[in-house]
Design a protein around this ligand. Structure first.
Ligand SMILES: Nc1ncnc2c1ncn2[C@@H]1O[C@H](COP(=O)(O)OP(=O)(O)OP(=O)(O)O)[C@@H](O)[C@H]1O
Length: 258
């Protein structure tokens, strides 16, 4: 079953075509990678799916419902969450508080209730803390819950971003270059986490990643963008040997790397 469908999606900035007529079908509980050289249009594509950019044309359907052009917080409520290429955490507050902030969409108590410490809000806050702790345990950060986020190692900050994204209870999680800048040990931890999220917590994952070893190892499906167009899609083996893909990465006349 397709949880997400993208049909004829385009985005232009003035005269520049950043995405042109892209189709994508994402199966539930799968891992899809979006790859392509620098400037190919990958982040623009993510920004349209998450509501940061309004598509110039085309459709985005989550479980058959149109979500294209909705505001990011509404898209998040419908079940799409993301992490960013450049880590965006609140460095001066604790690890736990960063996750609690991710939950605000799901906490019903209003601000007055919170200020007055009404019983319902107190109860909701306790539940939120328990859930945040559970998420931190899941990503391996429970021991650091009272640490300022800015003091965490790079790999731990990436896992905290994922915990915060999970706090919105997404159905689809978009990861923008999740292992960029990580050492091999951190990369392995994150790779295991990505696969576990897909298998054990009923999540569908779409990732942008330049680490081809990782992409080939974990993706069920890969789509390749170049100059804003989808030039290929398929399983890792199809993509590894696709002449258009090799040409996009290495230039005309290049031969297969594999
Ligand atoms: N807000 C914007 N305004 C104008 N042009 C933009 C905007 N966002 C992206 N672009 C342009 O759209 C094209 C695609 O950019 P995008 O960031 O989507 O590529 P990318 O594949 O994510 O690149 P990278 O791998 O380097 O992150 C580029 O030419 C970029 O300059």
């Amino acid at each position: 079953m397709n949880i997400l469908e993208v049909k004829g999606l385009s985005k232009t900035f003035g005269g520049l075509v950043a995405n042109s007529n892209i189709d994508m079908y994402v199966e539930k509980n799968s891992i899809t990678a979006v790859i392509g050289p620098n400037g190919a249009g990958k982040t623009t594509f993510f920004n349209m799916i998450t509501g940061v950019y309004k598509p110039t044309s085309g459709e985005i359907l989550l479980e058959g419902k149109p979500i294209g052009g909705l505001k990011p917080h509404i898209v998040a409520k419908y079940g799409i969450s993301r992490t960013f290429q450049n880590i965006r955490l609140f460095n001066d507050i604790t690890v736990l508080e960063n996750v609690l902030i991710g939950m605000h969409n799901h906490i019903k108590a209003n601000i007055i209730g919170t200020l007055l410490q009404l019983p319902k809000s107190k109860h909701e806050e306790e539940d939120a803390k328990k859930e945040a702790y559970r998420l931190l345990e899941y990503v391996g950060l429970a021991d650091l819950l009272n640490e300022a986020a800015g003091n965490l190692s790079y790999g731990a900050q990436r896992r905290l971003e994922i915990a915060r994204a999970l706090a919105t209870k997404p159905k689809v999680l978009l990861l923008d270059e999740p292992v960029a800048g990580m050492n091999p040990k951190e990369t392995k931890m994150l790779t295991d986490l990505i696969q576990d999220m897909c298998k054990k917590i009923d999540l569908t994952i779409i990732l942008i990643e330049h680490d081809m070893k990782l992409v080939m190892e974990i993706s069920n499906h890969i789509i390749v963008l170049d100059h804003g167009e989808k030039i290929a899609e398929g399983g890792p083996e199809d993509i590894r040997t696709n002449s258009k893909v090799i040409e996009a990465y290495l230039g005309k006349g290049a031969v297969a790397l594999a």
